[in-house]
Design a protein. Structure first.
Length: 454
């Protein structure tokens, strides 16, 4: 799937593979998870030997040890699969052996070949495990055959499934996520702020799909002066397009003062790919962030380390297709090496991201950490935002290094309002309780990203 953007003035058409958006979504969610902003531990398998023997993370060990009843995994795998699929089966079995070693009799698993009997196929499909087509080499000929490569988790009257296992890289996460979700008596809530042109849950369906493995995902509407509900574990503020009013910011501020955690994913430049031009975007949140020790700058980061796009250009009667770098799609690979959160990540592509200033944090007694930064050959565009992939560049445009892109700030945050008036405008219809306002908060944490698009 591709984006297609045409420049009628230059006769240029360029396309970008949409896959990096999925990768970025997973990355941002990983950041939220890994910094414990969601209170979730990260599950990572470490390769310990040349023979690919694995051990579970401490988080997974503790989780499976805590089982107080029988948890069953049924892996529906066709026998005699081609090598690449057979390897997935073997690694899955090794992983399930690890879980069983720490969970004992309360963690059971079995492998079932649905091709042996028709009733087993029906059982697999009843659990939502569909057949897939695979290429098999037989008698020097490639043939298409039906195969099963999924698993279902059973705990009491609850069930979860992985319909098709295409890779083993995230299997521990899948299994431990199912364990936690199915054995928890109550799921914590993740709130998505609404009312300012933010993407809907339907538009963020991939985020909702991943978060819903362990959390309830809901919307937060502040209209009428309603406070952020106290049962919200983390508030996500993602790409608001219209200004957030002062009284709404007060409600957000008081949520943080009470120990709530917030993720700010904010666009400071509205980049229009069709027009290949960007305009500054002010959603009225700058004063809030500055009170919390950070500032998202009104700029666009460009980087020699970037994604490539395919450009179609008319040349007479011919259309030439070339792959060229798009410097405003930085491919970030500079992660905080001292942090177990991001040190093992490889790279992630951002789409028109703005830089972040953390110089305000220390004077406020807060601790800021730059989790992701630009490469050693990067720069920033300010004031006029031309975002054509065919624009001419110079060496001087990439004279900066290590520009902050993703940061966390933690500590006892000061209120952005203190004892100042809240500033309720005439459009406000409702009641706002400002009694017992907090001017200094409990220790908490925020994550800030200068990009809210997915």
């Amino acid at each position: 799937m591709y984006y297609s953007v045409e420049d009628g003035h230059k006769g240029v058409n360029f396309i970008m593979n949409k896959q990096p958006i999925f990768i970025k979504t997973i990355f941002i969610l990983s950041i939220l998870v890994l910094i414990n902003i969601l209170g979730l531990r990260f599950f990572h398998r470490f390769d310990l030997t040349e023979n690919r023997l694995f051990t579970l993370s401490d988080a997974s060990k503790n989780l499976v040890r805590s089982l107080d009843d029988k948890f069953t995994v049924k892996a529906y795998f066709t026998a005699d699969l081609p090598p690449e699929y057979a390897n997935n089966r073997r690694e899955l079995k090794d992983l399930l052996d690890e879980y069983h070693a720490y969970g004992g009799e309360n963690f059971q698993y079995e492998f079932i070949d649905p091709g042996k009997k028709e009733e087993l196929e029906q059982e697999a499909q009843k659990y939502g495990i569909p057949p897939v087509q695979v290429q098999v080499l037989k008698e020097d000929k490639l043939q298409i055959e039906k195969a099963y490569m999924g698993m279902v988790f059973l705990f009491g009257d609850k069930q979860e499934r992985v319909p098709v296992i295409q890779s083993t890289s995230n299997l521990e996460y899948e299994i431990s996520s199912a364990l936690k979700k199915m054995t928890s008596s109550e799921l914590k809530k993740i709130g998505l702020l609404t009312g300012h042109g933010e993407p809907t849950l339907e538009q963020l369906n991939r985020i909702q799909e991943i978060l819903s493995k362990q959390y309830q995902v809901t919307t937060v509407d502040l209209s009428g002066g309603n406070p952020v509900p106290s049962d919200i574990a983390v508030l996500l503020i993602v790409a608001p397009a219209q200004p957030i009013k002062n009284w709404e910011k007060f409600l957000i501020d008081q949520y943080l003062m009470k120990g709530g955690k917030i993720a700010f994913l904010i666009n400071k430049v509205n980049a229009n790919l069709q027009n290949q031009f960007g305009q500054p975007l002010n959603v009225g949140i700058d004063d809030l962030l500055e009170a919390y020790g950070v500032r998202i700058n009104t700029d666009l980061v460009r980087d020699v380390s970037c994604a490539y796009v395919m450009v179609d250009q008319q040349a007479g009667f011919m259309v030439l297709r070339n792959q060229i770098p798009f410097y405003y799609l930085p491919r970030a690979s500079e992660f905080l090496k001292s942090s177990p959160i991001v040190k093992d990540l490889s790279s992630v592509v951002f789409y028109f991201i703005s830089s972040i200033d953390t110089s305000l944090a220390r004077p406020k007694g807060l601790t800021a950490s730059v989790l992701v930064k630009s490469s050693g050959r990067s720069g920033r565009q300010e004031n006029v935002f031309l975002i054509s992939p065919t624009m001419q560049v110079t060496k001087e445009m990439f004279s900066e290094q290590g520009i902050p892109l993703v940061v966390t700030v933690e500590g006892a945050f000061p209120s952005a309002f203190g004892n100042k008036p809240i500033g309720i405008d005439t459009s406000f219809k409702g009641s706002l309780d400002s009694t017992n306002r907090l001017v200094t908060g409990k220790v908490s944490k925020i994550v800030v990203v200068g990009d809210g698009d997915f």
